[in-house]
Design a protein around this ligand. Sequence first.
Ligand code: MSP
Length: 613
Amino acid sequence: MAGRAHFSIQRNGTLLLSSSSFFHNSINFGLTHLKNPNFFRPKGLSYSSRGALYCSCSASNGLEKQLSSDPFVLTTPLYYVNAPPHMGSAYTTIAADAIARFQRLLGKKVIFITGTDEHGEKIATAAAASGSSPSEHCDVVSQAYKELWKDLDIAYDKFIRTTESKHEAIVKEFYAKVLASGDIYRADYEGLYCVNCEEYKDEKELLDNNCCPMHLKPCVSRKEDNYFFALSKYQKRLEDTLQQNPGFVQPSYRLHEVQGWIKGGLRDFSISRAAVDWGITVPNDTDQTIYVWFDALLGYISALSEDKEHSDLQSAISSGWPASLHLIGKDILRFHAVYWPAMLMSAGLDLPKMVFGHGFLTKDGMKMGKSLGNTIDPKSLVDRFDSDAVRYFFLREVELGNDGDYSEERFINIVNANLANTIGNLLNRTLGLLKKNCNSTLPVDSAVAAEGNTFKDSAEDLVAKARTEYENLAISSACEAVLEIGNAGNLYINERAPWSLLKQGGDAFEAATKDLVIVLEAMRIIAVALSPITPSLCLRVYEQLGYTEEQFNAATWNETKWGGLKSGHVMAQPRPVFARIEVQKEEEDVAQVVKKVSKKKAKIPQVQTVAEA
Ligand code: MSP
């Protein structure tokens, strides 16, 4: 049956199923497992009187209804270290960082988890290709991720590597729990495997020549004797969970996709590999290693463990599980919204409160990715444009959930229009007028300056809108609402033209200085409300407004209330906070680099000539 997906499971020597459909034709093992007394009683999810599950936190899109005493635990996927990070992987982390920063502004204790997924065939192959051992290779690439997160102002709290010993201990303990629930069995498996997805594929999902639709590479036929997880047993519970708690998978159109998969029938999946050495060995069978996904998903829990060496599941769980939000790309939704909840149910642990599947950054309509090699290097973007520009562009341009294409022209236009003009210029020219006319000192409280002024009302409405958008993870809309305050400020100052009123003296002068205070108050609010998106830029704005870095770091969402600027407060000397990207300069910089490189090249033969002489 060459080239056809073929699935066969043998259990106790009996052929139970043969099918070409992964999610159809589930295997039924009877109902004994459903009566497992260890079945979970989660904090976030609880039984309704009908025995179904419902979420006590929220059935809505918002995250604000979580109990205020719970930490807000947010995760990015753990990134494969087969290649250095690219803009697609950076995107998830930038978005997660913005969400984490917003939650901190709300005064929440946040545990923001990221890390690297370091086991499996794909990593071992990449290490071999680079001529290093798997562990040396993982050290290098994992470090590259850490450095990139620093460059991008990512303020994570925990970085877990799946090669850490504390992680291995937790994976083994979890495996033992699932085994004790009767959910692991041994069987033969034959099918088509995509190494890049690290997943057996169903033939009907594949393109011509059995190519994976995501990676456009042919899947390989594999036959193995593996351990299986009895996913099919959890079909009903998963269905009930999603029905009772539709907010579990976001955005809602992804929920329908997940419900479709489950409805189509769940098939057990193989959780070990006989032919892969680079992994955590299966307890009691050192010939097999644990499947990368059954290993990596546990990183969300092991990351919580405070202990470096001797961690156990219970202590990790008590440090913050269940997670409030798993932010992931849509390609790994099945693992997070089907496999992972079933695994947790089997181990008697709480489910995460929400799984949000965002869209892809694309190039020419194709998913940007390491395997396709059509990536953008985030480090070079940061070096050329700085981290605020990169963060702003991707968060503003791509609404979380949708796909978005990168274009350099659009990048430069948006960043210049919004950050350099709307925010930077407005601040700079207002501070210039204040310096010239009031010695950089506020003549009146902003609350008094804005009495009866409708500009204040619109700023308040917009900041309230921004908060709601952030809470609903509509980050682009949140950016837009904050930028609207800046646009309104520009309109206001242009209409009022304080520069001419200031020349008139008397009441006109006084009215104009009030206008300056009003605009500066708006800038102060913007600096707080936009800080989840562009933290460094917002710090510079705050400093221009006469505050210290400590004051900026201590600011909370309360500081977005109108009235923070007080009479007598002294502003800093006006300095540009964001340099406009000049296309011409950009080209010159590139020309400079090319020149240097060609000079170097030209020098090499001369040196050789001298040496030879
Ligand atoms: N190692 C697994 C995750 C295990 S989590 C327990 C993995 N790693 S990955 O490096 O391939 O992908 C990590 C994340 O990057 C995924 O959420 C994926 O969707 C995201 N992205 C990779 N390329 C992307 C784009 N082109 N655009 C947006 N995000 C994409 O999967």
